[in-house]
Design a protein around this ligand. Structure first.
Ligand code: R5P
Length: 316
């Protein structure tokens, strides 16, 4: 068993970190993050962490690179302050977009981040819905992946699902969307989206499954530029669906997302709070609902501290 549990937060998403700490029933650890005049980040841990079981929460959101470096410096500071074990809690994993060698002379940045976290001193990792499951294999330390599925399932279960079908935006999302459909007891359809490389453009042409006159719930791991959702909604409307609702874990909402989501004319857009959404965006997207993942992360932290199963949480 490790020592006392302590939860620290970087500066990326204080609202989520406070929600996680409050669910656990504790205060966030005291730390100060400042900058030198040359922009170098300085972290000072303001309380004793010797022999403690420490969890550090930092999500990936703008400024993405600064938040990553801040996390590495926090872990380093905690390690050299003699924490017994450090778990990096990453609600949205940074630099996950490049996760395979599909072009010459590129960096697999998702693996590089895994290396950096370990070098800084992380002993474990806890993340939510990774862009690709193989990222777990980039670690040489224990890495746990939470899925937001239970949170999203609870939301959609409270609505009329009698005429609904779950839709995956591409074959890659089919497995996780299938898990979601099974939990809701719904059939599934898959959109044939073609993306030839890690570039952010894709085109959909066809659909596998029955969607005409149905209420569709598009299920995806993340919404970045909104292209996949807009394209999926366009294809579905072409097949004569009745309603288009969306359930996605990470609200990245980058680049053209706001315009595209407004143009997609969705009946409901449900995301989680793994990434903070600026009010200028959330207020401008009609039918947006943001679900909290704080209790899931809080429960997972308690389970890791107590040496209990994480996979059981996805079965609840
Ligand atoms: C596919 O690779 C993912 O599951 C998402 O569909 C994709 O990341 C969403 O990106 P965007 O919103 O830019 O289409």
């Amino acid at each position: 068993m490790f020592g006392e549990m302590k939860v620290f937060s970087g500066s990326s998403h204080p609202t989520l970190a406070l929600g996680i700490a409050s669910h656990i029933g504790m205060q966030l650890g005291k730390s100060r993050i400042t900058r030198f005049s040359n922009e170098n980040i300085k972290v000072k841990i303001d309380e004793n962490v010797r022999e403690s079981d420490v969890f550090v929460i930092q999500t990936s959101c703008p400024p993405v690179s600064d938040n990553l470096v801040e996390m590495l410096i926090m872990i380093d500071a905690l390690k050299f302050a003699s924490a017994a074990r450090i778990t990096a809690v990453l609600p949205y994993y940074p630099y996950a977009r490049s996760d395979k060698k599909d072009e010459a002379r590129i960096s697999i940045t998702a693996r590089l981040v895994a290396d950096l976290l370990q070098t800084a001193g992380a002993d474990r990792v806890l993340a939510m819905t990774l862009h690709a499951p193989q990222i777990l294999g980039f670690f040489r330390i224990p890495a746990d992946q939470l899925l937001a599925t239970p949170v999203l399932v609870n939301h959609f279960r409270n609505s009329d699902l009698s005429n609904s079908v779950v839709v995956a935006t591409d074959a890659g999302a089919g497995k996780i969307a299938g898990h979601f459909a099974k939990r809701l007891g719904l059939p599934m359809a898959i959109i044939d989206k073609r993306r030839v490389d890690d570039s952010e453009s894709a085109r959909s042409t066809a659909l596998i499954g029955e969607v005409a006159d149905k209420d569709c719930i598009i299920f995806d791991d993340e919404i970045a530029t909104g292209g996949s959702i807009k394209e999926a909604a366009r294809i579905l409307r072409g097949f004569g669906v009745r309603r288009v609702r969306v359930g996605a874990t990470h609200a990245v909402f980058s680049g053209t997302a706001l315009t595209r989501l407004q143009e997609a004319d969705l009946d409901e857009l449900v995301v989680t709070d793994t990434i903070p959404i600026p009010p200028a965006i959330s207020n401008a997207i009609p039918n947006l609902k943001v679900l909290s993942t704080a209790s899931m992360f809080g429960d997972a932290i308690l389970r890791i501290h107590g040496g209990r199963s994480i996979s059981e949480m996805m079965e609840e």
